[in-house]
Design a protein. Structure first.
Length: 257
C-alpha cells in the first residue's frame, strides 16, 4: 500500500543520490596541490550537468556552491585559492536541489596518511553519526539522537559542537525540527513516519567552543583543535529509517578505496 509520504521520499532520494554521487566524483580530485575553489567548481558543474542546482549558492548571500572545512574549521568553510596540503583533513559539504527537493550530505577526506589523532577523530565522528541513525524509528525522541552521539564521542575524550545542529529538510533547505547532536534520552519531540532531516555531528578533538571568523560564515574551534563532521539526509519510515544520501560506490569514511 502506498504511504502518504512515498512521493516526497522518492524525490528526496533523487536529490540525495545526486549529492552523494557528487562526493563520489570529487574523491579522486582531493589531493595535495588542489585548491578548494577547484573542488567547488567541479562539484558545481557536476550537479548542474546532472539536472540539479547547488543549494548553498546565493543562500543568505553565500557565494560558493559548497563548504570546504579544513583541519580546525568546524563547518561553513568557504572555498578559495587555499591549496590542499599533505596531512590536511577536510570536510566537503554538498547540498543538491532536484525538482525543488534537497539532498544534503558531507564526508571527511584525508590527504596522505592521517595522523593517529586525526584518524581516531574521524572514525569516532562517523561511528557516532551511524549509531544515531541506526536507532531511528517512529516513537523515539529527538533527545535520543543527541544522547547516542554525545555519549559515544565523550567516552572517547572528544566533544560535541553545540553551536550548530542538524535540521529538517525537504523542499525547504533548513526547516523544523533542529536535530541537536547532544542531549538526554526521552526528551524532545517524538519522531513520526514521514519526517525528513539531517544528522550531521561536528566533533572536536579538544573543547566544543567555536568562533565565527570575520567573513561571517567560517566556524573554527576556539582552541584550534581538529574538528570532523559527517552528514546524511534521512527519512523516518513506518518502522525504521531510510538514508537518502548513501554512496553508490559504498564510500563511507576514508580511506575511500
Amino acid at each position: 500500500m502506498m504511504n502518504s509520504y512515498s512521493e516526497k521520499f522518492k524525490k528526496m532520494k533523487i536529490a540525495g543520490n545526486l549529492a552523494s554521487k557528487t562526493l563520489d566524483m570529487i574523491t579522486d580530485f582531493i589531493k595535495p596541490g588542489v585548491s578548494t575553489n577547484k573542488i567547488d567548481k567541479l562539484c558545481y558543474e557536476f550537479i548542474k550537468d546532472n539536472g540539479g542546482f547547488s543549494a548553498p549558492l546565493f543562500y543568505r548571500g553565500y557565494k560558493k556552491s559548497l563548504c570546504t572545512s579544513l583541519n580546525h574549521v568546524v563547518c561553513h568553510g568557504i572555498p578559495s585559492e587555499k591549496i590542499l596540503e599533505d596531512d590536511d583533513i577536510i570536510n566537503v559539504d554538498i547540498t543538491a536541489i532536484v525538482d525543488d527537493y534537497h539532498g544534503d550530505t558531507s564526508r571527511m577526506f584525508c590527504l596522505g596518511k592521517p595522523s593517529v589523532k586525526a584518524n581516531n577523530l574521524i572514525n569516532a565522528t562517523y561511528e557516532a553519526m551511524m549509531k544515531a541513525i541506526k536507532i531511528l524509528k517512529p516513537g523515539i525522541k529527538l533527545g535520543d539522537i543527541g544522547n547516542e552521539i554525545q555519549s559515544y564521542v565523550e567516552d572517547k575524550g572528544f566533544s560535541v559542537v553545540r553551536d550548530f545542529c542538524g535540521h529538517g529538510i525537504s523542499n525547504v533547505f533548513h526547516e523544523y525540527p533542529n536535530i541537536l547532536h547532544y542531549g538526554k534520552k526521552n526528551t524532545g519531540i517524538t519522531l513520526e513516519s514521514g519526517m525528513t532531516f539531517t544528522i550531521e555531528p561536528m566533533i572536536n578533538y579538544g573543547k566544543y567552543d567555536v568562533k565565527i571568523l570575520d567573513d561571517g560564515w567560517t566556524a573554527v574551534t576556539k582552541d584550534k583543535s581538529l574538528s570532523a563532521q559527517f552528514e546524511h539526509t534521512v527519512g523516518i519510515t513506518e518502522n525504521g529509517y531510510e538514508i537518502f544520501t548513501k554512496s553508490d560506490k559504498n564510500y563511507t569514511r576514508p580511506p575511500y578505496i
